[in-house]
Design a protein around this ligand. Structure first.
Ligand code: ARG
Length: 479
C-alpha cells in the first residue's frame, strides 16, 4: 500500500506492533459503507470514470453481504488494517478500478469517518439497552409502589421508603444516562471525510453529498481538526463511565441486600452462581461483575484521555488506540446491561423481611418531632425531646411504640394524643407526599410520568436509528 519509497519491508516486530487489523476489522461494515459513498462521489464529480465508480460501488455491496454471511473479515488475514483489507479485496476483484478508490482520501479522514459511524451505532445500541433497563425499573417500581423498604444514609437504616421509590430513583439516574448517550451521539455526528491526510484535497470533491449519503448531519469545517478530533471517543467513553458508575452503585446495594444478614432480596437461580466447595452458596456474581466492570471502564476512559492529550496536531498513530478502548468498553457495558437487567427483572423481594429491616433503629422517630412542631414547638426543641425518648427506649431495649403514655408525656406534655399512630412505617411513608417524595401515591404518579417519557424516548431513538445511519448500518428492527 505504501511500499514505494521504502528499501525494505517492515521488521516483523514493527509490523506486528503497529498493525491494527486484529482490532479494527470489527468495523468492516462502516469502512465499506463509507468507501461506497466516497466511490459514488468520485464518479458523480468525474474524478474517476463513472464506470469505475459503478464497479466499485457494486463490488463494495457484494463484499459487504459476503462478509455479513461469513461473519466478517477473516481473523487470519495479514493486512495492516481494515482499510487496507477492503482495498486489497476490491483490487483482487476489480483490478485497476479497485486501485482508483483511494484518490482524494487518506486513511486519516477515512478512519475518523468509519469510527464516527461506528460510535453513532454504538450510541444507538447503548441507548436501546438503557431504555430496556429503565422499562424494567418502571415496571418493578409500579409493582412495589407501596412496599416498605429501608432507606439508608451512611448505610444505616434512616427512614422507611417505598421500594418503588427506590426503583424510580434508579430510573432517574439512567434517564440522565440516556441524555448523555444522545449527547455523545451528536458529538460523533460530524463527517470528516474529504479532509484528506490533513490539508484538504486538490480535487473538486462534494463533501456535502458524502455526508448526506452517510447520514451525518454536519460536515467538519477544518481539515486539521477533522483528522485529529477524537472528542467523540472521549464523549462516548465518558458517558459509559457515568453509566457503569450508576449501575455499579445499585449493583452494590443488591449485593448487600442479598447477603444473609439483610436477606431482603434474592437473585433468581438463573442470575446467580454457586460455589465449587460450599453447596449452600448462591452468589450475586452478576452484580459483582457489574461493579468490577465499572472500574475497568473508567480505566479505559482515563487511559484513552491520557493517550490523546500528548498527540500533536494533526494525526498520529497514538489515535489508533481509540478502537481498542471503545470496543472493550462496548463489550463490557452491553454485557453488564443485559445481565443486570435480567437479574433485576427476576429478583425476588422478601416484603416482610424488608419491612422488618426497615423498622430497625427507630426510623420513624422524626414523626414525633414533626407532630410536636405541628403543635407549635420549635423544631430544635422537638428534636431534643424525641432524642430523650429514643434514649429511654434504647435503655429499656424496646421500640418507641412500646414506651408507655407517661413516658411520652414526660418528654413533652403535648405528646398525649394519637402520636403513636404516626410511628407505623406505612403511615410514615404515606405522609411523604411532597413532590419527589416516597409516598405510594407519588410513586404511582411518577411511574406513570416515567412511562410516558420512556415511550417518547423509544420513538425518538427509533427515528434516530432510521434516519441517523445508512441503511446498511442500521440495527436490526426489534420486535
Ligand atoms: N489504523 C489507523 C487508525 O486506526 C488508520 C490510519 C492510519 N494512518 C496512518 N497515516 N498511519 O488510526
Amino acid at each position: 500500500m505504501w511500499g514505494g519509497r521504502f528499501d525494505k519491508p517492515p521488521a516483523d516486530a514493527a509490523r506486528a506492533f503497529t498493525r491494527s487489523y486484529p482490532v479494527d476489522r470489527r468495523m468492516y461494515r462502516e469502512d465499506i459503507v463509507a468507501s461506497r459513498a466516497h466511490a459514488a462521489m468520485l464518479g458523480r464529480q468525474e474524478i474517476i470514470p463513472r464506470s469505475s465508480a459503478d464497479a466499485l460501488t457494486s463490488a463494495l455491496d457484494e463484499l459487504l453481504s459476503e462478509l455479513d454471511r461469513t461473519g466478517g473479515p477473516p481473523a487470519t488475514a495479514d493486512d495492516e488494517d481494515v482499510h487496507s483489507y477492503v482495498e486489497r479485496e476490491l483490487t483482487a476483484r476489480l483490478g485497476d478500478d479497485g486501485r482508483r478508490l483511494h484518490v482524494a482520501r487518506s486513511r486519516n479522514d477515512q478512519v475518523a469517518t468509519d469510527f464516527r459511524l461506528y460510535c453513532k451505532g454504538f450510541c444507538l445500541r447503548l441507548v436501546t439497552a438503557v431504555l430496556d433497563l429503565v422499562g424494567v425499573l418502571i415496571q418493578r417500581a409500579d409493582q412495589e409502589a407501596s412496599t416498605i423498604a429501608p432507606g439508608f444514609t451512611h448505610l444505616q437504616v434512616a427512614q422507611p421508603v417505598t421500594l418503588g421509590h427506590y426503583f424510580l430513583g434508579l430510573a432517574e439516574m439512567h434517564r440522565r444516562d440516556v441524555d448523555n448517550i444522545l449527547y455523545a451521539y451528536t458529538v460523533a455526528d460530524v463527517c470528516p471525510l474529504g479532509a484528506g491526510a490533513l490539508a484538504g484535497v486538490a480535487f473538486d470533491i462534494d463533501r456535502e453529498f458524502v455526508a448526506s449519503e452517510l447520514c451525518f448531519s454536519q460536515v467538519a469545517r477544518n481539515s486539521l481538526d477533522a483528522v485529529s478530533d477524537r472528542d467523540f471517543v472521549s464523549a462516548v467513553l465518558q458517558t459509559c463511565v457515568t453509566l457503569t458508575g450508576h449501575m455499579s452503585r445499585w449493583a452494590e446495594d443488591l449485593v448487600i441486600w442479598a447477603s444473609p444478614g439483610f436477606g431482603i432480596i434474592r437473585f433468581d437461580d438463573a442470575f446467580a452462581t454457586g460455589s465449587s466447595m460450599l453447596p449452600q452458596k448462591l452468589n450475586p456474581d452478576v452484580a459483582e461483575l457489574t461493579r468490577a466492570k465499572a472500574g475497568a471502564v473508567a480505566g479505559a476512559a482515563i487511559g484513552w484521555q491520557a493517550t490523546l492529550k500528548g498527540v500533536p496536531l494533526s494525526y498520529a498513530l497514538d489515535m489508533q488506540e481509540d478502537k481498542r478502548a471503545v470496543f472493550r468498553v462496548e463489550d463490557d457495558v452491553l454485557a453488564s446491561l443485559r445481565a443486570l437487567t435480567g437479574a433485576l427483572s427476576t429478583l425476588t423481594i422478601d416484603r416482610e423481611r424488608m419491612a422488618a429491616v426497615a423498622s430497625l433503629g427507630h426510623p420513624t422517630a422524626i414523626e414525633i418531632a414533626d407532630y410536636l412542631t405541628e403543635r407549635g414547638v420549635p423544631f430544635r426543641d422537638a428534636h431534643a425531646a424525641v432524642g430523650r425518648l429514643v434514649r429511654l427506649a434504647e435503655n429499656r431495649g424496646i421500640e418507641l411504640t412500646d414506651l408507655n403514655d407517661a413516658d411520652f408525656v414526660a418528654a413533652d406534655a403535648r405528646l398525649s394524643g394519637d402520636v403513636r399512630d404516626r410511628l407505623h412505617l406505612q403511615s410514615a411513608v404515606a405522609r411523604r407526599t411532597s413532590l419527589g417524595g416516597t409516598a405510594p401515591t407519588r410513586v404511582q404518579e411518577e411511574a406513570g410520568r416515567a412511562e410516558r417519557w420512556l415511550r417518547w424516548q423509544r420513538d425518538h431513538v427509533h427515528d434516530l436509528s432510521s434516519r441517523g445511519l445508512p441503511t446498511a448500518l442500521q440495527p436490526p428492527v426489534s420486535a
